[in-house]
Design a protein around this ligand. Structure first.
Ligand SMILES: [Zn+2]
Length: 162
C-alpha cells in the first residue's frame, strides 16, 4: 500500500490532499480530502455537501515569477476551509506559499475560491524581501510569514517562512 493511500476509497492523492484523522482509540487513519469531507458532512449534518475540487492556478508575483497553486478544501463542521499550496519540487508540500480562507459550506465554493485568489494576488503583488548586496532584507516595515518547524528532527529550531 502506498504511503498516501486513502483507507476509505483506496485513492492515492497528492500528499497535500491527504488528511491524517485521529480516532477515539488514539490511532490515525489517512483519508483523502473527499472522504474526509464526506465523513465530516455526516458528522456535522451538513446535508447535500458537495466536495469542491479546483484545478491548479498559476499566478505571477511582483517579479513576474509564476507560482502554481494547488487547492485543498476541508470541511470543519460549519466552516469550509479552502487552502492553496505551492508545491516546491523536491521539497515537501508546505515549503512554498500557502493561503487559506474560511467560509460557509453551504455557500458557493466558487465564491470562496474567488476570495482566496484575490487574497493570493494581493499577497503576491507585495514584495516583502529585497536583495541588498547579496543579502535578503525586509523591503518595508511589514513582513508576512509563518513559523514552522524546519523538518530537522535533531534541532527543534523554528523556521520562519516568508
Ligand atoms: Zn478517499
Amino acid at each position: 500500500m502506498a504511503e498516501n493511500t486513502c483507507v476509505r476509497c483506496g485513492a492515492i492523492p497528492p500528499s497535500h490532499d491527504v488528511v491524517s484523522v485521529a480516532s477515539a482509540d488514539g490511532s490515525f487513519r489517512l483519508l483523502c480530502s473527499r472522504c474526509f469531507n464526506t465523513e465530516m458532512a455526516d458528522l456535522a449534518e451538513v446535508h447535500a455537501f458537495e466536495h469542491p475540487e479546483f484545478t491548479p492556478v498559476r499566478l505571477s508575483d511582483a517579479d513576474g515569477v509564476v507560482h502554481e497553486f494547488h487547492f485543498r478544501s476541508l470541511l470543519f463542521g460549519d466552516q469550509l476551509s479552502l487552502e492553496a499550496f505551492e508545491p516546491v519540487p523536491g521539497d515537501d508540500d508546505y515549503a512554498g506559499f500557502r493561503f487559506q480562507v474560511l467560509g460557509d459550506p453551504r455557500s458557493d465554493p466558487f465564491e470562496l475560491l474567488g476570495n482566496l485568489v484575490q487574497k493570493m494576488k494581493r499577497a503576491l503583488a507585495v514584495k516583502h524581501l529585497v536583495e541588498d548586496a547579496g543579502h535578503l532584507v525586509v523591503a518595508e516595515t511589514t513582513v508576512r510569514g509563518r513559523i514552522e518547524w524546519d523538518g530537522n528532527e535533531r534541532d527543534r529550531l523554528p523556521c520562519v517562512v516568508i
